[in-house]
Design a protein around this ligand. Sequence first.
Ligand SMILES: Nc1ncnc2c1ncn2[C@@H]1O[C@H](COP(=O)(O)OP(=O)(O)OP(=O)(O)O)[C@@H](O)[C@H]1O
Length: 298
Amino acid sequence: MTETAIAATRLGKRYGQKWALRDCTLRVPAGRVVGLVGPNGAGKSTLMNLLVGLDRPTTGELDLLGERVGPNRALDRVAYIDQEHTLYRNFRVHEVLKAGRLLNPRWHEQDAVDRLHELNIPLTSKVGRLSGGQRAQVAVAAALARRPDLLILDEPVASLDPVARRDLMATLMAAKADRDCTIVLSSHVVSELERLCDHLVVLDHGEVRLAGDIDDLLDGHRLLTGPAATADRAPVGTCRVVHQERAGDQVSLLVRGAPPAADPAWHARRVNLEELVMHYLASAADTTGGGKHPAVLG
Ligand SMILES: Nc1ncnc2c1ncn2[C@@H]1O[C@H](COP(=O)(O)OP(=O)(O)OP(=O)(O)O)[C@@H](O)[C@H]1O
């Protein structure tokens, strides 16, 4: 397997005057499960459309699984599932599999049959009569039957109830355990990604705000809390202040790096993934004028 699943260099997509994605430079090692997060309109679907070849970039370069993505490149090692888990509703499940068999040179039907059997989804059922969760499972089973090296899912659980969400996440985790593919999934809900993902990309206003392996990102940040009155003298050392937030007479600063434990009035602790993402998004909102949060310091 190639070492790098996704290498994007200054990738951009403009619709008319508007940049949906701008200057996106990313390197995702193969085998990662990537959580792509960001608010509405952040550019998540735009990035995914570029990754799966549904759209062409306005600027920049994109390599997937070691190959340059271009107009004549078949993306047969990449599978994509959109938000609606689009399937023909009049098809029966076995007809979905037949279509997959006819359309895909790499097709392992028994994988899908076994998976659907385990989930008690009859092959004779009409897609339109399945629940939303079952339809999502059929879409995932059909995508996995292609044994993709890169599986991309646009908000796969957004329309599902909590049990169906859990079941779909379990299917993805099992698929990852079976085959060492790279998975990219987008969501608004960070807590949903936390159990599954080991790599994070935060997008906002079409720009990458944060990207990296989640363990490294969590190790590399601290939340420094102390008296708001002395916020400008917070003991940050050489750390970069990403964002600060005031609550009463206390202020919390998200810093990148390890601040020196010099001042007893200040307390440094690790952050969780949700806090990390929220601070980065709040910081982005400050710089783009879209938020109500206090100013970014550095
Ligand atoms: N085909 C298009 N034509 C014009 N503008 C578009 C098009 N597709 C996306 N955009 C714009 O690009 C920006 C990014 O949209 P995108 O759908 O990628 O965001 P997103 O993060 O996936 O949002 P959501 O979470 O709501 O699905 C938005 O401002 C959107 O209106």
